[in-house]
Design a protein around this ligand. Structure first.
Ligand code: G3P
Ligand code: CA
Length: 231
């Protein structure tokens, strides 16, 4: 990977503004658009790490019901948009092939162990570095279960909380990922003072991207990665 700039463009669910979210097609598009990082959502189902956002299948596939109640074969038979299959996390790693860092958001329970093992495999056997990954989640127990200090952690924050820094410390996070709605200069400065980097989701309009730059945030998750590259 080439050295990263100060402000990072992280493709949200790949390049969701252009392609069906969380598919390999979306990941490839984000890479073509020169995203510095790729964010995807992960569940552990039927012994496999699968990449999909919702707990249910309806919004993004032609399937019905809960992801967690399906077999891997059933999930793989579905259309996730434009004929794409629901990918595995391993397929995402292979597709990215160290051209960007990967932000793995743990959505389901019991995903931490298998994700930790897969990262270790790619570091030990495929020339990746631990810094090429970041694991994020709203679920603090899952983040604690990563339990490998070499794997960078980011705590997702859906709403403002005075205790956010304490929570971040407890999960050993090096970054916090707040929702756009509550990002202020004061928050960014406070996080930086505490040694936490700040990556904001989901920032799509050029005006908001520019505002985030001016506030000094470290990067944004965006459905349009090309919009958050250097002006
Ligand atoms: O990781 C940032 C963002 O993806 C978190 O929210 O709902 O898009 O997974 P969501
Ligand atoms: Ca996500």
């Amino acid at each position: 990977m080439t050295p990263l700039p100060k402000f990072l463009s992280i493709g949200h669910r790949g390049a969701r503004g252009h392609e069906p979210e969380n598919t390999l097609r979306s990941v490839r598009r984000a890479l073509e658009l020169s995203a510095h990082g790729i964010e995807i959502d992960v569940w552990f189902v039927d012994g496999e790490l699968v990449v999909i956002h919702d707990a249910k299948l309806e919004r993004t596939t032609n399937g019905h019901g809960y992801v967690s109640r399906k077999t891997f074969a059933q999930l793989r038979a579905l259309d996730a948009g434009k004929g794409e299959r629901i990918p595995t996390l391993r397929e995402v790693f292979e597709t990215v092939d160290r051209r960007a860092f990967i932000n793995i958001e743990l959505k389901g329970r019991r995903t931490a162990g298998p994700v930790r093992a897969l990262i270790a495999e790619f570091v030990e056997q495929c020339g990746w570095r631990y810094e090429d990954f970041v694991v994020s989640s709203f679920h603090r127990a899952e983040l604690r279960a990563i339990s490998d200090p070499r794997i960078p952690i980011a705590l997702l924050l859906a709403r403002p909380s005075r205790l956010y820094a304490l929570s971040a410390r407890r999960v050993r996070a090096s970054a916090v990922n707040p929702a756009l709605l509550f990002v202020t200069r004061r928050f960014v400065e406070d996080a930086h003072r505490r040694g936490l980097r700040v990556f904001v989701y989901t920032v799509n309009s050029p005006a908001d991207i520019s505002r985030m730059r001016k506030l000094g945030v470290d990067g944004v998750f965006t459905d349009f990665p090309e919009r958050a590259l250097a002006p």
